[in-house]
Design a protein around this ligand. Sequence first.
Ligand SMILES: [Zn+2]
Length: 233
Amino acid sequence: MLLSGGIDSATCLYLSRKKGNLNRALTIRFHGIARGEVRAATRLARAAGVEEHRFFSMPELMEVSDIGSPGRLAALPSTYIPMKNSIYYSVAAAFAEEVGAERVVGGHNSDDRALFEDTADVFFREMQKTLRTASARLREQDFRIWRPLRTMTKAEVVTLAARLGVPLEMTWSCHREGSAHCWECDGCLQRERSFRQAGLRDPLRDGKDRKGIKRVVSGQIRASREGSGRTDT
Ligand SMILES: [Zn+2]
């Protein structure tokens, strides 16, 4: 289970749990990952009672916005990480091979596809084929990539999350640093929009979280993480 701490991966985790699967979580720490994301992933993994939560650090892996001279990548969404899913799913498959897991689960919704080429069906089909070709163990354990949210919009994912009892107050969608969501960045705006479209109240929009805005705005904004297109892993 690739667990980023966002709503999509949290929903996958709870869906898999409901199906009675034994789950292990993998959180990839890339350069400049928001502490809120790591915190959320940690809490969610614990709440869902995963068998193991592993962190894999790749501090050299950067979003476009953090690459000093992005050059030809500059036109891409600022949260794009070059070859992100090729790398993430390779690491996840290595974990799966080690522990004998039959599936790697990723929370990619249909909104992601418009932004990121490496969330397309064809990419995952070929990736799965390549990974299976690389390992007799993976073939023996009938290894597959499972993307249960692939046909859902983000709003539909929120509806499903609420139905599954995902502790949405533990999830993290903000691109900025701080103890609370800023409600101004693209991640926050997308979260707000999704809850509105789903007709649901976001538990994070209570007074407690709003208090954090001031603190964030008063100097903890990491400008490099501004931008559009951030989606959950
Ligand atoms: Zn935000």
